[in-house]
Design a protein around this ligand. Structure first.
Ligand code: SF4
Length: 707
């Protein structure tokens, strides 16, 4: 995938932003100038790139914000000082050893990222669970996909996206729920648009409390009240049953739970559901009619359903629609969870979360623990569940967790209840931040800063939203003394005296991971770097060298559950983390904007991208603004018990009355007027997935008056 002539190096790689996984051809001329374009015959992107991907070369080229040497403070009162790598690794090992000896292995933890490469995830997981002896390794994927993971596990028996992107061009009905792919998964959305343009009879239903760009091709927009997704999805299920638009053969032969589901959905009338969701009853019936008439029904969802204290139940309610209609395991059909980050899927494959083990094994299962322990040549694996994302910061705050190693993520901006996170990081005994940019707001809390190599500067693999694994080559050198994350982790592990971290090449890490998947549902033992370089990306499972990869799962209607049947699940009691009140009567929902990625440490460097929307803002309905005497473009304070945010108001009737919206990207470093949306969000999480409910916080908005 990499070749060069005298003047130019060219390489094929994958975009490092969202989970779509677009193919990029990179060229570097002899002066080091990087250019890029979409790969024409790439199975995902077919030559297309969105605004973020198209500008990635500027991100790599501009090294002005890069961390280029390790820095350390000798005590909390000292400033960070430049040190060499040996000193930095010695200190990390000494601190971790001291805490482990004094307070046990659960006194330390790692908080990592869905942007780490699979090999990096694998090493952190092996190091933490196999050798340090704690399950305290979690990732920002907890904030993103964990409700979808548990939705799939409970209904299909495994964290397995059943579809392939090419199902987009086969589907005749789409349900896009709690997602704005036009901005957040733009190239996938472009494929939907192109399909609809060629096939105008294709039906698109969007469920969202806001009118977004993803509504531009929609036949029906269900603008529901936030938090009422289950009621709406079950009402659609009820109409499907009433109209006889269900697949009895699938239900009888390949699924369990239909009768209980039917009983539950019939408890609420369609008229009541319409009132609860604040949408017309006729629209619920029309949505059911579109789905009921579908030959191939593809449902898609992301943060709007996942980032909820009832996120797993939201997932059940959506997946149930595919199950009762038998719309799974066939071309153009299935429940398709859109992955947020570029390698959230790869991270889960290696078990890089507090609740997982390698190859989707279950941390709570003693047999699974034994299998992995034997493979790694250690006596046992820790049985105590690890701390998940929000629990880690609570444990730092309480002093239970002494040291936290943060890799490739910026929790000071991205975690809910960010003021609490700042306090926890300030109180922590020892914080290591391993990152590429000093513009991460989290760096200021670090006792040890480790400069990492970024995209194009290291090799490894990633898995996109459709289980497609791609190889990313190293094309340019990292600046200064920055090192690939794998190298940093191996140096640390060796300093700790652990065996099993003497990999000569990055491929050796990958091959070990592949071997550990052998015999599991995600078997990729037929893969290696040579194959990925030669054939391009491949969809798992790939259980042998001659195996071509697997486009679509469950075509035989055999599921990964113990009795091989899909589970149609009831949702039970629903619960929002926050309750609106007279003090805080508005529902805040947060989300992304088109041209920024996460906390802007990369996209924020590109002036072209900053032009789209330059400042944080609050979307508010004109009627809600009028009540508060707020004019379009005027400064406002958004507040609740957890904190406040000062931004500019944008009056729009594209948002439902009673709901306000803040983009989630801005932190303190990048925005002097404190547009950090997570000052207001609630850390309360779903009891099964442990994913926090970013999409529903009770707030009040006031006109800002200069003191
Ligand atoms: Fe990158 Fe996602 Fe845009 Fe594709 S759609 S170019 S993967 S950000």
């Amino acid at each position: 995938s990499t070749f060069s002539n005298k003047n130019t190096i060219k390489a094929n790689t994958t975009c490092s932003y969202c989970g779509v996984g677009c193919g990029i051809e990179v060229s570097v001329d002899k002066k080091g100038k990087i250019e890029l374009e979409g790969i024409e015959d790439h199975p995902v992107s077919r030559g297309m790139l969105c605004s973020k991907g198209r500008n990635l070369n500027y991100v790599v080229q501009d090294q002005s914000d890069r961390l280029t040497y390790p820095q350390m403070r000798w005590s909390k009162s000292h400033p960070l000082q430049r040190v060499d790598w040996d000193t930095a690794i010695d200190r990390a090992a000494a601190v971790f050893k001291t805490f482990i000896e004094k307070h046990g292995p659960d006194s330390v933890g790692f908080y990592i990222s869905g942007q780490c490469l699979t090999e990096e995830y694998y090493l952190v997981n092996k190091l933490t669970k196999g050798f340090i002896g704690t399950n305290n390794v979690d990732t920002n994927s907890r904030l993103c996909m964990s409700s979808a993971v548990m939705g799939y596990v409970k209904t299909l028996g495994e964290d397995s996206v059943p579809i392939a992107y090419e199902d987009i061009e086969i589907a005749d009905t789409f349900l896009i729920a709690g997602a704005n792919p036009a901005w957040c998964h733009p190239i996938l959305y472009r494929r939907i648009e192109q399909h609809k343009e060629k096939n105008p009879d294709t039906k698109i239903i969007v469920i969202d409390p806001r009118v977004t760009d993803s509504c531009s091709h929609a036949d029906l927009h269900l603008q529901l009240r936030p938090g009422t997704d289950i009621t709406l999805l079950q009402a659609i299920g009820r109409v499907l049953i009433e109209n006889g638009n269900i697949d009895l053969n699938f239900i009888q032969n390949h699924a369990d739970g239909f009768e209980s589901y039917k009983e539950e959905v019939f408890q609420t009338s369609i008229a009541d559901a319409a009132q609860i969701c604040a949408i017309p009853e006729t629209d619920i019936r029309l949505a059911a009619q579109y789905i009921g008439n579908a030959k191939a029904f593809l449902s898609m969802w992301t943060m709007g359903l996942n980032q909820s204290t009832q996120g797993v139940n939201n997932n059940f309610a959506l997946i149930n629609l595919n199950l009762i209609t038998g719309q799974i395991g066939k071309p153009g059909a299935g429940p398709f969870s859109l992955t947020g980050q570029p390698n959230a899927m790869g991270g889960r494959e290696v078990g890089g979360m507090a609740t997982l083990l390698a190859a989707h094994r279950n941390q709570a299962n003693p047999e699974h623990r034994d299998e992995v322990a034997k493979f790694w040549g250690v006596d046992s694996m820790p049985d105590k569940p690890g701390l998940t994302a929000t629990q880690m910061f609570d444990a730092l705050d309480s002093g239970e967790l002494k040291a936290l190693w943060i890799i490739c993520t910026n929790p000071s901006v991205s975690m809910p209840d960010a003021n609490l996170v700042d306090r926890a990081l300030k109180k922590a005994k020892f914080v290591i931040v391993q990152d590429i940019s000093y513009k991460s707001d989290t760096v200021k809390y670090a006792d040890l800063v480790l400069p990492a190599a970024g995209w194009l500067e290291k090799e490894g693999t990633m898995t996109n939203s459709e289980r497609r694994i791609s190889y990313l080559p190293k094309v340019v050198d990292a600046p200064g003394e920055a090192l690939p994350d794998n190298e940093i982790l191996m140096r640390f592990a060796r300093k700790m005296g652990y065996h099993g971290f003497d990999f000569e090449t990055i491929q050796d890490i990958y091959l070990e991971h592949c071997q550990l998947t052998k015999g599991t549902n995600i078997d990729i033992s037929g893969l290696n770097y040579d194959r990925l370089k030669k054939e391009g990306s491949v969809q798992w499972p790939v259980p042998s060298e001659g195996h071509p990869g697997t486009k679509r799962l469950f075509e035989d209607k055999v599921f990964y559950t113990p009795n091989k049947k899909a589970q149609i699940l009831t949702t039970g009691i629903s619960n929002q983390g926050d309750m609106i009140s007279t003090d805080f009567p508005l529902i805040l929902t947060t989300g992304r904007i088109r041209d920024q990625w996460h906390t802007m440490t990369r996209t924020g460097k590109v002036s072209k991208l900053n032009k789209h929307i330059a400042k944080p803002y609050l979307e508010i309905h004109p009627a809600d603004a009028k009540k508060r005497d707020i004019a379009d473009g005027s400064p406002v304070i958004v507040k609740n018990e957890r904190g406040e945010v000062k931004v500019t108001a944008t009056l729009t009737d594209k948002i439902k009355q009673g709901v306000v919206f803040l983009p989630m990207h801005w932190g303190k470093i990048l925005e002097s007027n404190f547009g950090r949306a997570n000052n207001l969000t609630n850390k309360a999480f779903d009891p099964i997935s442990k994913q926090p409910g970013f999409k529903y916080s009770a707030v009040e908005v006031e006109k800002f008056v200069k003191p």
